[in-house]
Ligand binder design. Structure first.
Ligand SMILES: O=C([S-])c1cc(C(=O)S)c[n+]([C@@H]2O[C@H](COP(=O)(O)O)[C@@H](O)[C@H]2O)c1
Ligand code: NI
Length: 390
């Protein structure tokens, strides 16, 4: 299970977050391809930067002039109607909600109707949605972040000069631990604060969980600070060991056809259950039936239990917290004469113990090359050994 810990050394903004995740290994072309599905016109330029000698990435988002009114309601509907992975949608909408609620409080507006100015809207959509997609590409299930730094001085905004930190930034961070730095610059923007507050649930701490380090990325800010490098660092790692963050949902069903049960399993998986399956059982008086089981992240218990009831018609769902011992894992890639395939490598106590070809990639290669799936698996394993990927 992957975890990303952000260190907001010089602060955080939406573009710095996306830049740090891309620099840590999330492929920008894949992020852009998913964003194109939203139908907003944009360009992203990624330029390598040196901040106090540290190699990093700086992103610039541009967009053609557009005449679309984008308030929170419109942005939310656009994200919800998209093909983004369920968790990326939830995270992105949650971040926009925090931004809209904060702006609404500052400017005395209904959050639903807070307008994101056209150019700023596309910028924020690319930064926020892009970061959530990048987290999916890195497989990040959990995120932590150190306390965000707040600078000072004045920033130029659409309505004139504003005090830094922006009033919206402070609204978003109410209830969260922050850090004050003696810089006459804005260090954390409303967009950066909203995204990181959503990803961490508003708890900012330097205490990252123990992990096996996989990659590190640096997102560069634009201003030059006197006291700290203007960088946001993303540290990506694998958590391993005992975890107690899942709940097992179970329901015995004896009156639903197989297609309905199969569809329920698919929906549960699509909606964020890490696993879902059916077990044949015998109920009272020897009646054959199925037990529908799903693992749910603790925070999604109610939503997934309701989904299970709606899909199967069952009137109740049992749930139990489940502990699990998990291995660390990372994804590598191998090149075969007929295409590329990802390989999941499992680690225990820092040592690799298994390398498993990614089923979806191997199946695609088998279909494209006409080779049996078992042959593709064998070729992938040989290539992984040959290239010392594990
Ligand atoms: O334009 C508006 S309404 C605006 C409001 C605020 C408040 O804090 S309220 C702040 N700003 C500043 O605009 C830039 C861009 O912010 P992003 O979050 O989109 O990166 C930044 O300097 C904000 O402080 C604008
Ligand atoms: Ni504002």
């Amino acid at each position: 299970m992957s975890h990303v810990h952000f260190q907001p050394i010089g602060g955080a903004a939406g573009d710095m977050t996306l830049a740090a995740l891309v620099h840590a290994g999330a492929p920008l072309e894949e992020v852009s391809a998913v964003l194109e599905g939203l139908g907003v016109g944009f360009r992203i330029a990624a330029e390598p930067a040196q901040v106090n000698g540290v190699g990093s990435l700086r992103l610039a988002v541009g967009c053609p002039p557009e005449r679309v009114h984008r308030d929170f309601r419109a942005v939310r509907e656009m994200i919800e109607a998209s093909d983004l992975p369920a968790r990326a949608k939830e995270r992105a909408v949650g971040a926009f909600r925090r931004l809209a609620v904060a702006e609404g409080r500052v400017h005395g507006r209904d959050p639903e109707e807070v307008a994101f100015h056209e150019v700023g809207a596309v910028d924020s959509i690319v930064d926020l949605v892009g970061s959530c997609v990048a987290l999916e590409l890195l497989g990040a299930e959990t995120v932590s972040c150190g306390p965000l730094p707040l600078g000072g001085g004045v920033v130029r905004a659409a309505h004139g000069p504003l005090p830094a930190p922006g009033p919206a930034t402070l609204e978003i961070l109410k209830g969260s631990k922050v850090r004050w730095e003696e810089e006459r610059h804005e260090m954390t923007t409303p967009t950066g604060a909203a995204l990181l507050a959503e990803l961490t649930g508003g708890t900012f701490t330097d205490a990252a969980p123990p992990m096996t380090l996989r990659s590190v990325g640096y997102g560069a800010g634009r201003a030059r600070f006197r006291g700290v490098p203007n960088l946001l660092r993303a540290v990506v790692g694998e958590l391993e060991g005992v975890r107690g963050d899942l709940v097992l949902l179970e329901a015995n069903v004896d009156d639903a056809p197989g297609e309905v049960l199969g569809a329920a399993v698919e929906r549960l998986l699509d909606e964020g259950a890490p696993d879902a399956w059916l077990e044949p059982i015998f109920m009272k008086r020897g009646r054959g039936a199925y037990k529908l089981c799903a693992l749910a992240p603790a925070g999604d218990l109610e939503r997934l239990a309701r989904l299970l009831m709606r899909e199967t018609g069952t009137l109740g769902v049992r749930h139990h917290p489940v502990g699990r011992t998990v291995a660390g894992r990372r994804t590598v890639e191998v090149e075969l004469p007929y295409g590329r395939c990802r390989v999941k490598v499992g680690t225990l106590d820092g040592e690799d113990f298994i390398a498993a070809p990614e089923y979806a990639d191997a199946l695609r290669l088998a279909r494209e090359s006409g080779k049996p799936l078992s042959r593709v698996y064998a070729d992938v394993r040989v290539a992984a050994e040959r290239d010392e990927k594990w």
